[in-house]
Design a binder for this molecule. Structure first.
Ligand code: GTR
Length: 427
């Protein structure tokens, strides 16, 4: 019996439960509190930012520091002993058009310590290094495409999809389950590689007291400090470690790597892009609270709610802003501004009110002054564009029909945006 439709249905149910939109939260534009956003172009000492130099040498580091200290937490650098091990490498597979590599990043330099597996699909017979979409996935590399050669993760996986997991271990039942979110053939046909990692290889997504995943490499000796990395910063750190590897892979054009993520992994791609300028382009798909959405609007999911439901995602200091968003010295338009002058795309879905589509748009809009400092267009749309109508400057935005998900429409926009900003043949 083919159990895929049943599994897909359970996946849908479980994901909808995850993003339930509780009634007691505000969805009324008229009830959005009054607020003033911190100005990205005014320094903490009140001095104005007048030039790119002021921004790059003073204000940008100041804002980056505030995001580390108050929100995502501080991550360590590249582990000294990190090494890479090619697990498999096959050419012309899956109908002949794809090259597949699976590479293990060994954080402590050994296959016995914490490690993550990067699955890389490349267009077969590419002429030279290819630009790449790097993304984390929710349920294991094997779920993104029905490819029997993708290795099952050795890490903990969430056990909510009935039949997909057994004792929180990935099984064959999950193979290809999330394929609607991963248009592999289209991405490759457009000349891009796709590199993906199961986020649980980096840090399992539960409140474990910072012992498992890569945290095992950094044992706690004393009480956790209020600015130590939360899970979002840890996943973003994993993306930077993947970038370390991509820089060594001659088939990859590492100067043209777009980091993309959905939902909590959209929050993660934004933080990865802000913290690590090696990412040439950044994409947030329905990232919502703690991602692209302005916290001060408190529309849909709030700071208090996210810190309560997911106490491990942010650093300890972020709790200070529960129901107290105005006291926070930063807001998410400044996170977007940290990408400047690099291109950044923000995508919303109209039925995903929990993620506050308007707040996501406004974060892009209010990052504009920083892009303008560089003489770049920023986000062209001055008000939220109509449904299914992307607006693309150096900042891109769309709100599409439908629910919290990654769809063909989203990918079509990302590919167009990447074609525009990461043209081939230019250095
Ligand atoms: C929800 C959470 C959102 C979003 C989403 C997801 O439960 O409230 O912030 O991250 O999960 O990642 O699926």
């Amino acid at each position: 019996m083919n159990s895929t439709p049943w599994l897909a249905a359970s996946l849908f149910v479980s994901m909808s439960t995850l993003i339930a939109q509780p009634k007691s939260f505000n969805y009324d534009e008229g009830k959005v509190p009054k607020f003033t956003l911190p100005d990205p172009l005014v320094m903490a000492n009140g001095a104005p930012v007048k030039t790119v130099k002021d921004w790059e040498t003073h204000r940008r580091p100041e804002i980056l520091e505030l995001f580390k200290k108050e929100m995502y937490g501080r991550a360590p650098g590249k582990p000294a002993k990190q090494s890479y091990f090619v697990l498999t490498h096959h050419k012309n597979v899956l109908g002949g058009k794809i090259d597949r590599k699976q590479v293990e990043v060994r954080f402590a330099g050994t296959g016995k310590g914490p490690r993550m597996t990067i699955l890389i699909y490349l267009p077969a017979r590419a002429k030279g290094p290819v630009p790449t979409f790097l993304t984390l996935n929710f349920r294991g590399n094997h779920t993104i495409y029905p490819d029997p050669a993708i290795r099952l993760t050795h890490s903990w996986v969430r056990g909510k999809v009935k039949g997909e997991t057994k004792d929180n271990r990935a099984t064959e039942n999950g193979r290809g389950l999330a394929k609607s979110r991963w248009p592999v053939e289209t991405i490759l046909a457009r000349g891009y590689a796709l590199a993906t990692i199961y986020y649980g290889d980096i840090d399992p997504d539960f409140d474990d007291g910072w012992e498992n995943g890569v945290h095992a490499l950094y044992p706690q000796t004393q009480k956790r400090k209020p600015d130590e990395w939360g899970s979002i910063a840890t996943w973003a750190w994993g993306l930077s470690r993947a970038m370390d590897y991509l820089e060594t892979d001659r088939e990859i054009d590492h100067k043209r790597v777009a980091v993309m993520g959905h939902s909590r992994l959209g929050k993660t791609s934004l933080w990865a892009g802000a913290a690590d300028p090696r990412f040439a382009l950044v994409i947030s798909n329905d990232s919502g609270c703690g991602g692209a959405a302005l916290s001060r609007r408190a529309f849909g999911e709030t700071v208090q709610r996210i810190n309560t439901s997911f106490p491990h995602w942010f650093c300890g200091n972020f709790v200070k802003y529960n129901a107290n968003e105005n006291a926070c010295p930063i807001d998410q338009h400044q996170l977007i501004a940290l990408m400047a002058p690099r291109p950044v795309y923000i995508a919303s879905a109209v039925d995903d009110r929990w993620a506050d589509p308007k707040g996501e748009f406004l974060a892009g809009l209010h990052a504009n002054p920083v892009y303008q400092l560089y003489g770049l267009p920023g986000l062209p749309a001055k008000k939220q564009p109509p449904l299914d109508t992307p607006s693309m400057g150096t900042i891109g935005y769309h709100i599409r029909t439908g629910r919290h998900d990654v769809t063909k429409f989203d990918w079509a926009a990302y590919l167009k945006f990447a074609d525009k900003h990461l043209p081939r043949g230019k250095k």
